[in-house]
Design a protein around this ligand. Structure first.
Ligand code: TXA
Ligand code: MG
Length: 334
């Protein structure tokens, strides 16, 4: 990530801090694309009110334009200018913002967000990230920033500046490097559109924690929905090049092994390469390591990655969701 070389290829990398924030604000204001750290994964930011900038963002990611983006803002007050909060949304915002929860809410007519960013929906996804570098950037920019994960569409989400560079070098203007993302999986998404709140995407806040605040269970998305409620939830969304073999009890010869917990498979030494999501069996640590370990095992060149079973409680739901997507045949939907 040496400065001169990346500048030559058109993507600057700056360490987080006052100078990087000022440059990021200048860049976003000029319609540019800035990758920045959040506590979940790195986001690729554009001025949410600038349709041309949003179009460039879709192009840089190679993302289908029908897939709407999350508007990131500095605080709940800014979010209320974009969308209408019902009582449940207010409770969730009070409990989990800033933090890894995204709310899908009815948009305000005067929200000022580019139509392209919302993919024509009359709802909007809003999030107040907790990462200090993201908060500093959003406060300094003073306007909503749309930010999908900063990877090429269909690839594994980035949890470091190096991951972003590997996917988007030369396609974006600036990367603000603030180290590894602590949570490691994307935000949980809940839709509050008047009826019972709907669980759209497992993520950085565990379902049980949300249900505790609501005082009742989350509703499932309607199964026979023509326009999927979270259109980005394509099954093969997080695909490495290697095939994934889930709930593997033992690696086969030559396979890479993605382990979990202190008890390794009896033939672990058969694996060509092994990484452990959390050798002490901690699901929070496992989420933080998930995407970087998948990338590293994929880069080893193994044709198949055997993945040990990960318990389904807490952040395990989000981890298993991303693993299932990464294991799905390419281009499939569900
Ligand atoms: O943690 C995160 O949420 C990261 C960081 C960068 O903030 N962002 C992220 O964005 O994961 P993205 O674009 O990769 O995922 C956003 C998801 C997509 O599945 C999209 O379809 C859904 O949110 N979404 C956005 N607007 C929506 C809406 N109005 N209704 C339903 N789903 C929506
Ligand atoms: Mg993504």
């Amino acid at each position: 990530m040496e400065g001169g070389m990346t500048a030559e290829l058109g993507t600057r990398v700056m360490q987080a801090g006052a100078a990087a924030t000022a440059e990021a604000v200048r860049c976003l204001g000029a319609g540019g694309l800035v990758a920045f750290a959040t506590e979940t994964v790195y986001g690729l930011g554009a001025d949410a009110g600038n349709g041309e900038a949003v179009a460039r963002l879709y192009a840089a990611k190679g993302r289908p334009a029908f897939n709407p983006l999350i508007a990131h803002v500095a605080d709940a007050a800014a979010a209320r200018r974009l969308a209408r909060f019902d009582a449940a949304a207010e409770r969730l915002a009070a409990a989990f913002w800033p933090g890894p929860l995204t709310l899908v809410l009815p948009k305000r007519e005067d929200c000022g967000l580019a139509d392209l960013a919302l993919a024509g929906l009359d709802s909007v996804a809003v999030r107040v990230p907790a990462h200090p570098a993201a908060r500093e950037l959003l406060a300094a920019f003073g306007k909503p920033v749309v930010a999908p994960s900063a990877n090429r569409s269909g690839h594994v989400s980035p949890t470091s500046a190096a991951h972003v560079l590997a996917d988007l070098r030369g396609r974006i203007d600036l990367i603000v490097d603030a180290g590894a993302s602590a949570v490691g999986v994307e935000s949980s998404i809940v839709a509050c559109l008047g009826g019972a709140p709907i669980w759209l995407r497992p993520g950085g806040v565990a379902r049980a924690a949300i249900e505790r605040v609501l005082g009742h269970p989350l509703a499932a998305p309607p199964a026979d929905n023509d326009a999927p409620l979270a259109p980005g939830m394509l099954a093969s969304h997080y695909a490495p090049k290697a095939r994934l073999r889930l709930d593997a009890e033992n690696p086969r010869a030559g396979e890479a092994l993605l382990a979990f917990g202190p008890a390794l498979p009896k033939d672990a030494s058969r694996a060509a390469v092994m990484l452990n999501l959390s050798s002490r069996g901690d699901l929070v640590e496992a989420a933080a390591n998930l995407f970087s370990h998948l990338r590293a095992l994929d880069a080893s060149g193994a044709a198949s990655i055997a993945v040990m079973k990960v318990p389904h409680e807490g952040l395990g739901e989000a981890i298993n969701d991303r693993l299932a997507r990464a294991a799905a045949p390419r281009g499939s939907t569900r």
